[in-house]
Design a protein around this ligand. Structure first.
Ligand code: GLC
Length: 522
């Protein structure tokens, strides 16, 4: 079956406050994204995901929405959004926006009304439990730490907030809320948005009896904060009823042509990720076990194998290495070795796997997390480092803004920037461009089947990508030592080190942290 556009596409995530500032206020804006579309086009990007652009008091930097159908004035206005869409579409680039349906801002008129009295018509739009202040209704923990219930003295009731107390959870057991969110979806699709990345999608429905969550007996090897003794969100997350809500969103989006829903999915058990990827649910869903895996072939292999095993024929994988919530992968990898070399190997993996790759802005130049001194801290839970301004050049503020002050401090733009890498064939940017170009011109890398390569050392990741006409092997050495692999004869299409070209014969020798994409003879 012919693949859909979102199966062939390379996505690029943009944190709009940090991409490019066109009005000199030190904050990136939508016109800044429009101004750099040619750069993205030359990189080979097919679609952009914009982090939240809606009005917000910014307690959680836009994930606390106070108007679902507007644009935050720092970023522009609806006209700027429409300009961006038109210019992107003119270049064949699609745009998906962030939808944050699980919670609104406490400043959203819905919540202002809801908290006004126990009898307000919007009372039941949020999750309220009446009672005394001594004991919250359940033991649920906020993802940002501390209890998830806030006591409201005025109405002698608790409300639920799975994130900050400024982010009350909406009540999806109330059909009016479901309908209101459907209207939001229509609002953006009517304007021409190509779909949504949906925040906290698995959390939209909670247990109807608000039962206490159990405690994890064992730590999880991939997710550092899933330590033994922490709470397992059995009753507050990934409830079976959530799939009805997802189906409702999909019905709305399917009334439009070629739109997509991408989920921020944290299933309680990774095996359940595929449950969200059904013909009447999401098209794509992030795989955080892969994203957060440490730089270790066996951890990535585990995430890939589990995907292979649990994804039926209708489910299509998504691969990412970084996003706005975690230290950038190059920064994480640098803690145990050569960050740059490791990030090159990881990039080759990202574009050679079967599934849709998402790049996080700046990853293509190997941008590191910026150091953010305590007095510049913006995010309540310490995610500023990976959200620093895009490094365009070695001009002041890396060419991001002409303002002396930027909303977050810049990283090391003198050393790492787009302008410098543009003309350097050894640069990370050159590698990203080549990988994307190779992917686009090599059907096996997009449509081909995936199969592990037998007989490779465990600390390397080696796999086949095959169509009837093309036989590709991708060999990635995740170690700091040479590795030897018994290998069929072939020709190197691309290596992580630019001088690696020509034919290969068995055994294939890989240098430390080296990767190659090989087309087999015959
Ligand atoms: C998601 C977002 C994160 C946000 C949280 C609450 O995890 O990616 O940035 O803080 O949801 O909306």
């Amino acid at each position: 079956m012919a693949l859909a556009w979102w199966q062939r596409a390379v996505f690029y995530q943009i944190y709009p406050r940090s991409f490019a500032d066109t009005n000199g206020d030190g904050i990136g804006d939508l016109d800044g994204v429009t101004a750099h579309l040619d750069y993205l086009s030359a990189l080979g990007i097919d679609a952009i995901w914009l982090n939240p652009i809606n009005p917000s008091p910014l307690w959680d930097w836009g994930y606390d929405v106070s108007d679902y159908c507007g644009i935050h004035p720092d970023l522009g206005d609806l006209a700027a959004f429409e300009r961006l869409l038109a210019e992107a579409h003119r270049r064949g680039i699609r745009i998906i926006v962030d939808l944050v349906p699980n919670h609104s801002s406490d400043q959203h008129p819905w919540f202002v009304e809801s908290r006004a009295s126990r009898t307000n018509p919007k009372r039941d739009w949020y999750i309220w439990v009446a009672g005394g202040p001594e004991r919250p209704p359940s033991n649920w923990q906020s993802s940002f730490g501390g209890g998830a219930w806030k006591y409201d003295t005025a109405t002698a009731s608790w409300y639920l907030h799975m994130f900050l107390e400024q982010q009350p959870d909406l009540n999806y057991r109330n059909p009016e809320v479901v309908e209101a969110m459907h209207d939001v979806i229509r609002f953006w699709l009517d304007r021409g948005a190509d779909g949504f990345r949906i925040d906290v999608i698995a959390g939209l429905i909670k247990d109807d009896q608000l039962r206490d969550n159990p405690i994890r007996a064992a730590a999880d090897p991939d997710i550092p904060w899933y330590a033994a003794g922490t709470q397992d969100p059995l009753y507050s997350h990934d409830r079976p009823e959530v799939h009805d809500i997802v189906r409702g969103f999909r019905r709305v989006s399917d009334a439009y042509k070629e739109r997509i829903l991408v989920g921020e999915t944290w299933p309680r058990e990774q095996e359940r990720l595929a449950d969200y990827l059904r013909p009447d649910e999401l098209q794509l869903a992030f795989n955080f076990r892969f994203c957060l895996a440490r730089y270790d072939a066996s951890r990535f292999r585990a995430a890939i194998d589990l995907t292979q095993k649990t994804f039926g024929p209708g489910a299509w994988p998504t691969w990412t290495l970084s996003n706005h919530d975690f230290p950038r992968h190059i920064t994480r990898y640098a803690r145990g070795g050569d960050g740059e070399a490791r990030a090159r190997v990881a990039a080759m993996m990202l574009f050679a796997l079967r599934g849709t790759p998402f790049i996080y802005y700046g990853e293509e130049i190997g941008m590191r997390d910026a150091k953010v001194p305590a007095h510049h801290k913006r995010d309540p839970v310490g995610r500023d480092g990976c959200r620093s301004p895009m490094q365009w050049s070695d001009a002041p503020n890396g060419g991001f803004s002409t303002n002396e002050k930027t909303w977050l401090p810049c990283g090391e733009f003198e050393a790492v920037n787009v302008a410098r890498q543009m003309s350097d064939p050894q640069s990370m940017l050159a590698l990203y461009r080549q990988l994307i170009q190779l992917r686009k011109s090599t059907p096996a890398l997009i449509e081909g089947s995936y199969r592990a390569f037998e007989g490779a050392p465990d600390d390397c990741l080696v796999f086949h990508r095959d169509t009837e006409q093309q036989h590709i092997v991708v060999a990635l050495n995740f170690t700091a030592e040479d590795r030897e692999i018994d290998f069929p004869a072939g020709r190197i299409l691309l290596g992580t080190s630019p001088d690696r070209t020509g034919s290969v014969k068995s055994p294939l020798m890989l240098a430390p942290n080296e990767g190659v994409i090989v087309t087999l003879d015959g």
